[in-house]
Design a protein around this ligand. Structure first.
Ligand SMILES: N[C@@H](CCC(=O)N[C@@H](CS)C(=O)NCC(=O)O)C(=O)O
Length: 208
């Protein structure tokens, strides 16, 4: 069989959505490099970085030997399928793929917008936004209550997407021992420590 050689580059900014792809790469055990880039931050700091190939100057962006993938969910799907031996994605064509793809799309299509509507206060003034938020919370809690992972015993890239979102969104969600226990399980995995250590660029050695 022909060996696939791939050079993956993750364009990453500390404390941002690219952290979940960094975590996924650590979970996958893939050889990759990180290109740390600047981004425009909500507090007005930062700005688009000329070295970032993302068309909107955002992160994450992934280059695989010149092929550019953007959008967290697309990158996560791409990577987990690229490295099937890591076992983080059910095989294409399998029935397990149904739930897996659903969770992937749900994270960016429902969970994230629901949390944002809570953060902006829209849930307090707009009943539709509030109902959408409540539905996302209910679905999340009933999934993680069963556990240990979204797809039962199998930890998948969908858990990385959901749990990494929960890491920053936790304070905007209701009290729930099930969510907390799910996050604890996620944070106890070995890749948690290694990805955390790479979130910021290595400090430059002090001049003697
Ligand atoms: N839908 C995109 C969102 C990416 C995104 O908004 N990333 C933020 C960081 S958390 C960013 O790069 N912002 C810079 C900007 O808006 O210019 C994804 O999931 O990849």
């Amino acid at each position: 069989m022909e060996e696939t050689k791939t050079m993956l580059t993750l364009f990453h900014a500390p404390m941002s959505r690219s952290g979940r792809i960094l975590r996924l790469l650590e979970e996958l055990g893939a050889p990759y490099q990180i290109a740390y880039v600047d981004i425009r931050r909500m507090d007005g700091s930062g700005g688009p970085d000329a070295s970032n190939p993302h068309p909107d100057g955002k992160v994450p962006a992934l280059l695989d030997d010149g092929a550019l993938v953007t959008e967290s969910a697309a990158i996560a799907l791409y990577l987990a399928d690229l490295l099937p031996e890591a076992g983080l994605a059910p095989p294409v064509g399998s029935k397990e793929r149904a739930a897996y793809l659903t969770w992937m799309a749900w994270t960016v299509g429902e969970l994230e917008p629901a949390v944002w509507s809570k953060i902006t206060g829209e849930t307090a003034t707009n009943p539709y936004a509030n109902a959408r938020y409540e539905a996302a919370v209910d679905r999340l809690i009933s999934a993680v209550w069963v556990g240990p992972w979204l797809m039962g015993q199998q930890f998948t890239a969908a858990d990385v997407m959901v749990a990494a979102t929960l890491q920053w969104a936790r304070e905007h969600l209701p009290e729930s021992p099930s969510i907390d226990a799910y996050l604890e399980r996620f944070n106890a995995r070995p890749a948690a420590l290694s990805s955390m250590g790479k979130d910021s660029p290595p400090a430059k050695a002090n001049a003697a």
